[in-house]
Ligand binder design. Structure first.
Ligand code: GLU
Length: 298
């Protein structure tokens, strides 16, 4: 019989805070309550921001909280070839193109378009790709690649959406506007996203869908900030022939002033709280979680 598979997937680019504790404990509790499994995945594809010391701290802080996960832990940096292969599959079916625009060029075009009426932003607030690299002739592309011009591989979102058709996902949590149940995916809201760069063969979006499928994840439980990224994840799953997990986007934990938590905020960092004598039970209580998964009545 197959059991539910949950995962907690932090990026080791800082120390864990109360928001991570909430996500990890919720995944752990849901797995325990459903007789399921909990996996831990280290999302360390960005070598510029990830550090071994932060990864070591993740194990220590989660262990202290009482979270138990299955070994071995999957470290994404060890599987870059698998993500590169997924991008290559999309390229072979004509859904990926190289764009050579520099950041400065992109910023200039966005400013120009904003001056002519506001250029659209993605759900995270970043401007959609305003360039025209999709229309470059094949020889021009090949010439620039051969000349060593840096590039990003982008998804041809119009072609991808046309190929995949309408998509939806099962949401047992809530989106920023209260969306729940069967949610219609809107991947076009992200424009032609970057799937890989010349020196980094994967983006978060590719790595997450490849790994969720490969690890047999049935239930993705994560913060509401990733709610609309799910549109893109559904699109990539469909194009790559991968199954869709169920999703549950949970509340984001805020600090006393109502601001989003950051990895450098000392008052909500797990290490700081532990050093100040706060116990894991008090953390659960502060997060509004049950005292422990095995407590009577759970
Ligand atoms: N690695 C992501 C983060 O730390 C979470 C990805 C996910 O849960 O899909 O924000």
């Amino acid at each position: 019989m197959s059991v539910p598979v949950f995962r907690f997937a932090p990026s080791p680019n800082g120390y864990l805070h109360l928001g991570h504790a909430y996500s990890a404990l919720l995944n752990f509790d849901l797995a325990r309550r459903s007789g399921g499994r909990l996996l831990l995945r280290i999302e360390d594809i960005d070598p510029a921001r990830c550090r071994p010391a932060f990864e070591a701290a993740i194990y220590e802080d989660l262990g202290w909280l009482g979270v138990v996960w299955e070994e071995p832990v999957r470290r994404q940096s060890e599987h870059m070839a698998a993500y590169g292969e997924a991008v290559e599959r999309l390229r072979r079916i004509g859904l990926v193109y190289p764009s050579f625009d520099s950041r400065a060029e992109i910023a200039r075009r966005v400013a120009e378009r904003d001056a002519a009426g506001r250029w659209p932003r993605d759900p995270d607030g970043a401007p959609l790709y305003p360039g025209s690299a999709r229309d470059l002739a094949e020889e021009e592309r090949a010439g620039r690649v051969a000349a060593g011009v840096p590039y990003a591989l982008r998804l041809d979102s119009a072609a991808a959406v046309a190929r995949a058709g309408p998509l939806a996902w099962d949401e047992t949590g809530r989106g920023p506007g209260g969306e729940t149940g069967v949610v219609a995916a809107a991947p076009q809201a992200w424009g032609d996203v970057v799937l890989a760069r010349k020196d980094t063969p994967s983006s978060y979006h590719i790595a997450v869908v490849v790994d969720d499928a490969l690890q047999g994840v049935t239930d993705v439980v994560r913060g509401r900030d990733l709610f609309w990224a799910t549109s893109l994840h559904r699109l990539l799953q469909s194009l790559l022939g991968l199954p869709a997990p169920r999703y549950r986007h949970h509340d984001l934990i805020r600090d006393a002033a109502g601001a989003k938590l950051s990895k450098s905020n000392a008052s909500t960092g797990l290490r700081e709280l532990r050093a100040a004598g706060v116990t894991p039970a008090e953390i659960r209580q502060r997060l509004g979680l049950h005292a422990a998964w095995s407590a009577p009545g759970y």
